[in-house]
Design a protein around this ligand. Structure first.
Ligand SMILES: Nc1ncnc2c1ncn2[C@@H]1O[C@H](COP(=O)(O)OP(=O)(O)OP(=O)(O)O)[C@@H](O)[C@H]1O
Ligand SMILES: CC(=O)C(=O)O
Ligand SMILES: [K+]
Ligand SMILES: [Mg+2]
Length: 598
């Protein structure tokens, strides 16, 4: 290949035989130019990759360096590639879906989405890539733990995976919220409390590690709130203490249920068997630290913010208008975590104003009796589906896999139940963040989802409740009816896929809400909308540039998907179109078309 001046695309490509050279492949995964990257994009990504790796001190070998040289000297002078490649370039399908569609029947793709909490066990570039390859749709960063620098690094890694390796992983930031929790145990990974031992809980600050059997508490008012005889419960019941004396800021306790104390474990307080709220009930849902974290999330371009300990709709409304004022070029989905006891009498009004909800079973189980958690889960999932909001089920899905390579039978049954309930997203916490088997945990979620989804389709499961009508205004009612009808047609005709062309994702969500038997390809122009569609059940988000009319979008989509081996001639498609081109307005509001791939 020429090292200077203008090189032809064909000589550049033939020197790679469509792939990157073997040793450079180690630095940048195979770039298959035949599967959707134009030559120019290929150069551009290659250069981004090199710059990124150089900035982290990753070794570059001679060939990569000379490549960098070629790229630096030639890329800007290259003209736009023309020919079939330019067409392929127009459709951005993620790597995992692409492989899945090439290998498996289109109707067998996974519909339930997966979210992994990122922690020390999975934060390196390679570990994150393994999770993405395993099918992680959303990465969750929990601002309770780690520094902003640490989280920033995770976000950069994921963005890099998306842009260079063609994954499509969205990022959700979870706020710390008004949770009352212990300090970080002075750097120790855990501490054991034995039966009958005396421990001090205190709001004192220590320089260096706290004295032995002393636990720091983050909530200033806690000593005033407590009385002798109250119970201090760690992590929803893993360890319990009775309060035996209160001396100023120190609360002396005796351990009644021994166990392991983990750094920053959550604390709750009980009096005569009832959850004690006192002043903790008026703690703000978003603290000043949370607002700084939110600014950080906006600056780093996260796709979702999950708000911990939501108690009323106001905080969600406030956050949404704050985001709208700060972030004019794109939007961020705001999710309400249902975990505070106060949220349970106003879940409807909270979820109505939020962009989605999370059943945060960990803290929820410390606030209400455990035996009530399953019915709250079912109710919230049903409520979210009727209100057309995505819903996540979180905490302890595969808890034993923090330590063991296989789950318990009970855990598999729990995951299966959430899949049967048609939750949009299953979330891993400690299993991925600090467990020994993050990849295997993702694999279990994936396998259980695929199996149960298949069984539900075979059973023609009638377990889904009928959908109430969502909207009252005519334009919205039309969209809703079009989507309901399209989903029903797809089921009755045993269609292979539903296609939807959508700007903001609204029609896509209305289709997903029906939980149809076939997958839904959601085509959209905006990269941020594509990432947000990751939250929705059964959607395969694809980015493309729309052309003038519905017909040519369809033709182009068919030919590209067929050329890439993702669909085949004869596949039956129900295509739904939003009013994506304003000039169509007068002629047609919306359409459903039934097509075979030519
Ligand atoms: N960024 C991180 N750095 C270090 N440890 C982490 C990080 N994120 C999560 N972890 C570990 O993984 C565990 C489970 O994560 P998870 O996000 O569910 O936290 P949590 O403390 O249970 O709080 P929450 O109620 O907000 O979920 C945590 O208790 C913590 O030990
Ligand atoms: C996820 C979370 O915050 C919980 O389960 O408590
Ligand atoms: K949190
Ligand atoms: Mg929680």
């Amino acid at each position: 290949m020429a090292a200077h001046g203008l090189i032809s695309h064909s000589s550049f490509l033939s020197s790679f035989k469509g792939r990157a050279p073997a040793d450079a492949r180690r630095l940048s995964r195979p770039v298959d130019v035949c599967s959707g990257l134009s030559v120019r994009r290929f150069y551009q990504k290659w250069r981004e990759d090199l710059v990124w790796r150089t900035s982290r001190g990753a070794p570059l070998d001679i060939r990569a360096n000379s490549l960098a040289h070629v790229v630096e000297n030639n890329a800007p002078t290259l003209a736009d590639p023309i020919g079939p490649q330019a067409v392929l370039d127009k459709l951005e399908v993620d790597l995992v879906t692409e492989a899945d569609l090439k290998e498996n029947d289109i109707r067998r793709t996974r519909r339930t989405k997966m979210c992994c909490t990122i922690g020390p066990a999975c934060c390196s570039y390679e570990q994150l890539e393994a999770l993405a390859k395993g099918g992680m749709n959303i990465a969750r960063i929990n601002m309770c733990h780690g520094t902003r620098m640490w989280h920033k690094n995770v976000i950069q890694n994921i963005r890099h995976l998306n842009s260079i390796e063609r994954y499509c992983v969205a990022i959700m930031m979870d706020t710390e919220g008004s949770e009352i929790h212990m300090g970080d145990l002075g750097g120790k990974s855990s501490a054991r409390a034995e039966d009958g031992e005396e421990w001090i809980f205190t709001v004192r600050q220590f320089v260096g590690p706290p004295p032995s059997r002393t636990i720091q508490v983050n909530y200033q008012g806690f000593a005033e709130d407590l009385k002798v005889g109250d119970e201090v419960v760690v992590d929803g019941g893993l360890v319990r203490f009775d309060v035996i004396e209160i001396i100023g800021p120190d609360v002396r306790c005796r351990c009644t249920d021994p166990g392991l104390l983990l750094p920053r474990a959550s604390l709750s307080f009980f009096r005569d068997g009832q959850l004690l709220q006192e002043r903790s009930a008026v703690l703000p849902t978003l603290s000043s630290k949370d607002w700084l974290d939110i600014d950080f999330g906006i600056a780093e371009g996260v796709d979702f913010i999950a708000v911990s300990y939501v108690k009323s709709p106001e905080v969600i409304k406030h956050l949404k208008s704050y985001i709208a004022s700060r972030c004019t070029d794109r939007s961020i989905g705001v999710f309400a975590k249902i975990e505070a006891i106060d949220s349970l009498n106003c879940t409807g009004s909270i979820i109505r104003v939020a962009d989605g909800a999370m059943v945060a079973r960990g803290d929820l189980g410390a606030q209400i009796p455990l035996e009530l958690v399953p019915s709250v889960q079912q109710n919230i999932i049903d409520l979210c589906r009727s209100l057309n909001k995505p819903v996540m089920v979180a905490s302890q899905l595969l808890e034993s896999m923090i330590e063991y390579p296989i789950p318990t039978r009970a855990e598999v049954a729990d995951v299966a139940e959430a899949v049967r309930q048609r939750a949009d997203v299953l979330m891993l916490s400690g299993e991925s963040a600090m467990g020994l088997f993050p990849d295997k945990s993702v694999e279990v979620l994936r396998n259980v989802s695929l199996r149960i989804e298949h069984i539900c389709r075979e059973e023609k499961s009638k377990s889904l409740k009928p959908l109430p009508e969502l909207s009252t205004a005519l334009p919205e009612r039309i969209s809703e009816q079009v989507c309901n009808a399209a989903a029903e047609m797809a089921n009755n005709l045993r269609a292979d896929a539903i296609f939807v062309y959508t700007r903001e994702g609204h029609m896509a969500s209305l289709l997903s809400r029906n939980r149809p038997d076939c997958p839904i390809f959601a085509f959209t122009e905006a990269p941020d909308v594509r990432l947000r569609l990751n939250m929705l059940w059964g959607l395969i988000p694809v980015r493309m540039d729309f052309s003038e009319d519905v017909g040519s979008n369809l033709r182009r989509t068919f030919s590209v998907l067929k050329a890439r081996g993702l669909m085949k001639a004869g596949d039956l498609v129900i295509a739904v179109s939003e009013n994506i081109v304003p000039c169509d307005q007068a002629a047609m509001l919306q359409s459903i078309q039934v097509r075979r791939v030519p």
